[in-house]
Design a protein around this ligand. Sequence first.
Ligand SMILES: Nc1ncnc2c1ncn2[C@@H]1O[C@H](COP(=O)(O)OP(=O)(O)OP(=O)(O)O)[C@@H](O)[C@H]1O
Ligand SMILES: [Mg+2]
Length: 330
Amino acid sequence: MPITAKPTLINQFPQGHDRRIDQARKRITMNDTQEIAKNQSESSQTEQLEDSSANLENRTATRVLSVTSGKGGVGKTAVVANMGYCLARSGKKVLIFDADLGLANIDVVFGLTPQYNLNHFFSGEKDLESVMVEGPHGIKIMPAGSGVQSFIQLDSHQKIRLLEALDSLDHEFDFVLIDTEAGISENVTYFNTAAQQILVVTTPDPTAITDAYALMKLLSIKYHEKHFNLIVNMVQNEDEALDVYRKLSMVSHRYLDISIDFFGSIPFDNQMKDAIRKQQVISDFDGGSKISETFSELAGRVVALSSPVSPKGTIQFFWKRLLGLRKTEE
Ligand SMILES: Nc1ncnc2c1ncn2[C@@H]1O[C@H](COP(=O)(O)OP(=O)(O)OP(=O)(O)O)[C@@H](O)[C@H]1O
Ligand SMILES: [Mg+2]
């Protein structure tokens, strides 16, 4: 039977969002032009970069997932910290890349106080090993801090240094989880396009849904990202989450050439406040709760995500994409 009714969600995406996307697009396009001009004068250095990265080729495949959102405060950090915790508890080697400049960061959630961030590495003060901190079950955390901004503007010399430093790290990771900022800034799109899988977090709040749509729209139109996994956080029940999923996939199917998988939902739980106060992830609480079971299941789904078969399939490729190399292979 043909569907004649107009999707109700369309009315919930006001014009202002398209304007925001257009503004972001203009900004990004300008930056791209400058980047291209800069790259032309650096082509020989690019060859050097390829050489420096060659040693990274032989490592095991690592899954790189970004956890992102259009609106802030929807639970990205909670998802990254708890899924990372569950993965590490089950014996996986996990690196959390904290690409959020905000205040309530991964280190706070784990009760850690990193002394350094990537800026200390870029300035030459510290090696990469000293920048990383270790959380429970051996999780490694890379506090990018204000160094995140530098990523976008690294010169060739710094890129070579970073690739060499990554090569000399002892750790081989099964999973890299990137905790991004909220929104559609260049920072956000930068890390999302470097990841193999993008997990978009929203809540049932209409503005969070609208902003999730705006982010996926930008990533698909400007960066040709065509596949997203949706997590609906802070729900009263599964039906509420599925309703959000249905709305988003319906409008995306109609207006964007993308596919969205329902990755899962997370119940609203007041204990999350205690977790923040105790600086301990809720999955680390004794006695188990529905929400900690949920995070375990989500971690299981991360493991079950099909192994990457594309060139995005190794951590080396992740770093290279992040550093602006090999983009033509996609
Ligand atoms: N399922 C949940 N139930 C109750 N509270 C939650 C839940 N998930 C997250 N929270 C709480 O919501 C707040 C925001 O979560 P969090 O910091 O993880 O969001 P975020 O998306 O990372 O925010 P930002 O965009 O600022 O980085 C925190 O106080 C967190 O404890
Ligand atoms: Mg956060």
